[in-house]
Design a protein around this ligand. Sequence first.
Ligand code: CTP
Ligand code: MG
Length: 384
Amino acid sequence: MSVWAVVVAAGRGERAGLGENKVLHRYGGVSVLSRTLRALQKSALFDGCVLVLAARDRDACEAVFRQEGICPLVRAIAEGGQTRQASVLNGLKALPEDCEIVAIHDAARPFVSEDILARSIELARQTGSGVACAPVVDTVKEVGEDGGVKTLDRSRLRAAQTPQTFRRAEIVRAAQEAEKNGWLATDDADLYERCWGRVTLFTAPDSPANIKLTTREDFMRGESAFRVGTGFDAHRLVEGRKLVLCGVEVPCARGLDGHSDADVAVHALMDAMLGALGLGDIGRHFPDSDEAFRGVSSMLLLAQVMRMMEERGWRVANADVTIVAQRPKLAPYIGTMRANIAEALGVAEDCANVKATTTERLGYEGREEGISAQAVVLLAKGCA
Ligand code: CTP
Ligand code: MG
C-alpha cells in the first residue's frame, strides 16, 4: 500500500504576470517546481509522484529538468486540463493500483513543510481526508448582490491550502462524480465533501508559510531579506593525512591536520553561514573535544549547518570560497569541488564558486606549512 503525490503544475500563472508559467520561474537558480518536488522528496513520505504538466510547457519543462535534474520521485507525467480540477483528475487517473493514499499538491507551494505533509497523510489514513488550512488573518466581509455587507466570524474561517490528502479510492470516486454531474470546484476538498459528506481540515504552526505563489508581489516578497557572512580557516599540512578540500580527496603526499577531516574550505564556508545566521562559529557547534566529530566528513557537518539555516527560513543565495595553497595544483579538481558545494547548498552551480590561489610563496601557505580558506555567503529569504 503506497502513498503518492499528484503535483499540479499545468496552470498559466496569469496573476503572477511573469510571462511564463510561474512554477517554471527560477529564483536562486532553481525553479518553483523543482523546489516543490524536492520538498516532497526530502520528506521521505512518498513512494512516487505524478506530475501534471501542460503540453504547451513541455519544451520549457524539459529545459528546466535538463538543468536542475528531474526529481527521482516523479514516476509519471500526466497531461494538464483546462481547469485545475481537470488537471487533478488526469493526475489521479495516472496513479498505480496499489496507491492507497494520495496527496494533491500545488506546484506553486514550494514552502510546504514536512510536518504539514505528515499530518495530512496521517489524517487521510485515519479519516479519509486531511486538508491543510491556514487561519484567516484578515476580517472577511461578504458583499451581497444588493451591496449589503455581512462580517463573517473570523475564528470560524479557514483558508484552504494544499496538500489535500485523501484515500485514493474515495477521491477518485468524488472526481468521477464531479465529472459526471458537472460539479465545479476550486479545490479537491469541495468535491470530496459533496461526495462523502465531511472533510477533515487541520492547521499547523507553519501553515502561514505554506503560501501559494500567486501574484507578482508574492514573488517579490522577501526581496530585502538578505544576510551576509564571512568565514576563514587554516590548517597545518602534515604527513600521514588525506588532503580533503570541498569534499574532494586531492592526491597529495601530505594532508591537513585536524579533528575532523580538516576540510578547511568547508570549514570556512560553514563559518560564513553560521556568521550570517548569527549563530557563532563551528567551534561552538562541533567542538574538537567531542569524539563524535573525530575524522568526520565536513560535508556531513555542512548538511547540519544547512538544516539549522532551513529551520530559520533561510536559503543560500550564493557562496564564494577561496582556497589559498601553494601546492598541490588544485585547478583539475575545482569543477568537482564546485559541483559538491552547489549540491550541498541546494543552489545552481553558478551560485557556488570555488577558486584557488597561491601567495607567490609568501607566508605559511607559500612555505607549504598549511592551507587556508576564506568564504563569503549570502543568505536569502522567500523568493528574493
Ligand atoms: N493548475 C493546473 N491546471 C490548471 C490550472 C492550475 O495544474 N488548469 C495548477 C497550477 O499550476 C498551480 C495550482 O494548480 O500549481 C494552483 O493554481 P493557481 O495558483 O490558480 O495557478 P495558475 O492557474 O497557474 O495561476 P493563475 O490562476 O493566476 O493563472
Ligand atoms: Mg488558476
